[in-house]
Design a protein around this ligand. Sequence first.
Ligand code: NAD
Ligand code: GCO
Length: 256
Amino acid sequence: MSDFQYGDLDGASVFITGGGAGIGAALTEGFLAQGAKVGFVQRSDASEFCAEMAAKYGRAPHFVPCDITDTRALRAAIDEVAEVNGPVSVLVNNAANDTRHATLDMDEADWDAAMAVNLKAYFFATQAVVPMMQAIGGGAIINFSSISYMLGIGDLPAYTSANGAITAMTRGHAREFGCDGIRVNALAPGWVLTERQMRLWATPEDLSAFMEKQCLKRHLTPKDIVGPVLFLASNASAMMTGQCIAVDGGVVTVAA
Ligand SMILES: NC(=O)c1ccc[n+]([C@@H]2O[C@H](COP(=O)([O-])OP(=O)(O)OC[C@H]3O[C@@H](n4cnc5c(N)ncnc54)[C@H](O)[C@@H]3O)[C@@H](O)[C@H]2O)c1
Ligand SMILES: O=C(O)[C@H](O)[C@@H](O)[C@H](O)[C@H](O)CO
């Protein structure tokens, strides 16, 4: 699976939200290939995926079914993973929901629900792992944002509001926890062709319009996100914190 090996990730206890589908599944596999112990949550069943990983890597990720908008359940899942795999030293806040909606159609409950998955869960997962990281002398947190908020895309305003806030939270937490040796970085993917994107949003017209924006003329797949996340999780990025890295085939930085 992996072309690169980071020795310090061997045996690391990694917690991933949404680690059984889309980009998250590629991350779970990527960390397993490094020898890490992976725990992850998602709402839907992931036992088939875990069995596949166990067959391939000789050990299964520890899966806890959990809705991350339920903060108490999220905390319990993180504690369970720490109990099984050891204190979490790498947190990947990956799960999110990019459902399309118009601002004028949204009520307060819709807004709260969007923020609960796209922002609140990131904050409280961080709150749950920081004491563990402090106790072991450091850790790495990777927060998934999206380049969508930089592009001014109009049909997912709650999601993009959260994406912008994630980069702000990342900087604040980098400052707040830097003295504990905890690094906090964000990663903003471009358009990554997951099963969900292909099923819901990827029309041939939109795909080709997006390709026009990319410097590199190939659509991203979940595997393209694995290397940058491993890098941000490992000591290879030891003095990087508070960053937001775009992994988008060259869209935002070049266009800016
Ligand atoms: N795919 C893209 O084009 C793209 C682009 C930019 C940013 N991103 C970001 O990358 C990350 C992963 O996206 P993806 O495309 O793989 O998404 P996906 O929808 O394919 O997978 C999301 C995962 O999160 C889980 N999840 C969603 N809501 C949950 C909840 N309430 N409780 C528990 N688990 C929940 C899902 O079960 C799934 O495992 C997200 O943060 C997304 O914003 C994706
Ligand atoms: O996070 C995101 O940005 C969204 O999940 C995507 O749906 C795509 O990137 C967008 O549609 C590209 O135009």
